[in-house]
Design a protein around this ligand. Structure first.
Ligand code: NAD
Length: 464
């Protein structure tokens, strides 16, 4: 099978220059401005898939195994099986209930085991999906690549800052296809935002912000504990074998996100999605300073991690983008629950980026017609009076996915499968995955150590 040439930053060339975008924008806007009935409507343009990297014409069957058959591993498996030429042959999990469920979902003939090494030893397995808790991502990924398997590893790629280089090295040495599962960056919305930013739609980026707001118990990680949970039905010793030894505690097994030995807190669970999208859209390596604050405000259920977290990040100037600041927040006691967003702000406007939609707003007012400045000028006796109101061209474009769009998750797996078949590089390789995980993991270090974390995003190491 062809060795994949994976680059740290995905590189696509876009058809338009910034000047061409601005020209096209204003020509389109003026055309709309001339049609009074359309004046109040946003300009809506369909998002179309750039088929580069989604070529599934070579349909050699790829045999998949799932390691970690909980919530996301199951979703991943359904997403990959929606593609042609893919067969699930084996499933590994530490909890018997999930292995039984896997057989009932995908057939009695799949091989099931509690030992992931038994999966890696099977020659018929070409590739594995890793849907375990975060503290197992690094070791299973490395072992899988050295066993000759391609890997799709859920986000965050690693559990702590010091684990990233080992995964990058394993990917480089083995030449296996390695993809991290922040599926949002394969969305039409992220692709369009990246294209628009490159075209100069909002000028030079100077700020970005994002948040996740939740309130429900499930949203705050209070998952159900199965009634049959015991040391008979699950392999507690293996679960803990790479971290601190403790007495059996089903809360720790099934609500692992609440505990630092296994999970990576709000930033590792959720900020990492925003970093992945932002880095993809801006071609960024990441921030060089990371500060986090937060607290445990409501979900006092024994958890070790905050339920409100704020992060502030400084992005240095690079050849790809100007210097900018990022602010992220995550709140599990949030009355606006269920909302999430990512906004990128530039010198000439801003973009709200969703997976299936991008809204571009270009600044309409020039400084000269700013009402405050005009009033000031008037008060000071300047001859600069407030001008009569003008007809302004429409300054908002909404790009929305066409009906029938199968979504980011589908496309992310499409990219991975195409790479396995030798067709393209993956959009989120180990270097990209580490650069997205690192600032999220550094948030935890900043929060617990109460200090700013200085990071070298290009070389992916701590700065002194
Ligand atoms: N990409 C996304 O949008 C997204 C969404 C949710 C979760 N995730 C990620 O997916 C991963 C799993 O999260 P989840 O919500 O599915 O958790 P989960 O608890 O529902 O599933 C984890 C499964 O892994 C099993 N497991 C634990 N240790 C194992 C080991 N050593 N070997 C084999 N199986 C093991 C558990 O028994 C469980 O079935 C996490 O890393 C999480 O961050 C990603």
């Amino acid at each position: 099978m062809k060795k994949i040439n994976q680059s740290s930053i995905p590189n696509q060339s876009f058809g338009w220059s910034r000047k061409q975008f601005v020209q096209k924008f204003s020509i389109g806007s003026m055309a709309i401005a001339a049609t009074p009935s359309l004046l109040s409507a946003s300009q809506v343009q369909p998002l179309k898939r750039n088929l580069k990297g989604i070529d599934l014409s070579k349909n050699a069957q790829i045999q998949i195994a799932l390691i970690g058959a909980g919530g996301m591993g199951t979703q991943d498996t359904y997403a990959v099986l929606a593609h042609a030429g893919v067969k699930l042959v084996a499933v590994c999990d530490l909890y018997q209930g999930h292995l039984d469920k896997a057989k009932s979902q995908w057939g009695n003939d799949i091989f099931t085991t509690r030992d992931y090494k038994a999966i890696l030893a099977r020659p018929e397995v070409d590739a594995v999906i890793i849907g375990t808790p975060d503290h197992w991502h690094k070791q299973i990924s490395i072992d899988a690549m050295y066993a000759g398997k391609h890997v799709y590893c859920e986000k965050p790629m690693v559990h702590s800052l010091d684990e990233g280089h080992a995964v990058i090295d394993a990917q480089r040495k083995t030449g296996k296809v390695f993809m991290v599962g922040s599926q949002g960056l394969s969305s039409l919305g992220n692709e369009k935002a990246r294209e628009l930013l490159a075209q100069g739609a909002i000028g030079d980026i100077n700020y970005a912000e994002g948040f996740w707001a939740r309130r429900s118990p499930t949203g705050a990680w209070q998952y159900n504990i199965p009634e049959d949970a015991s040391t008979e039905t699950l392999d507690w010793d293996t679960f803990l074998s790479n971290t601190h030894k403790r007495d059996f505690d089903p809360m720790r097994f099934f609500r692992w996100r609440n505990y630092r030995d296994y999970g990576t807190g709000m930033s590792g669970d959720l900020f990492v999605h925003l970093f992945s999208s932002l880095h993809f859209i801006t071609n960024s390596y990441g921030p060089d300073q990371i500060y986090a604050s937060g607290g445990l405000r409501y979900w006092n259920d024994g958890r070790e991690v905050p339920d409100v977290m704020l992060g502030v990040f400084d992005y240095p100037k690079t050849p790809q983008h100007s210097a900018f600041n990022l602010s992220l927040r995550c709140n599990f006691v949030d009355g606006t629950s269920g909302t999430t967003y990512l906004r990128i702000v530039g010198s000439e406007g801003a973009m709200d980026v969703q997976w299936d939609k991008v809204i571009v707003r270009r600044n309409a007012e020039s400084f000269e017609t700013d009402p405050y400045l005009a009033a000031q000028a008037k008060g000071s006796g300047s001859s600069n009076t407030v001008a009569r109101k003008e007809m302004k061209p429409q300054e908002e474009i909404v790009y929305a996915a066409e009906k029938g769009y199968l979504g980011a998750h589908h496309d992310h797996f499409g990219n991975w499968l195409t790479a396995i078949r030798g067709g393209d590089s993956v959009v989120e390789d180990a270097i990209f995955g580490y650069r997205a995980a690192a600032p999220a993991l550094a948030c935890n270090d900043s929060y617990y150590e109460n200090k700013a974390i200085l990071w070298d995003p290009k070389n992916m190491k701590l700065r002194k």
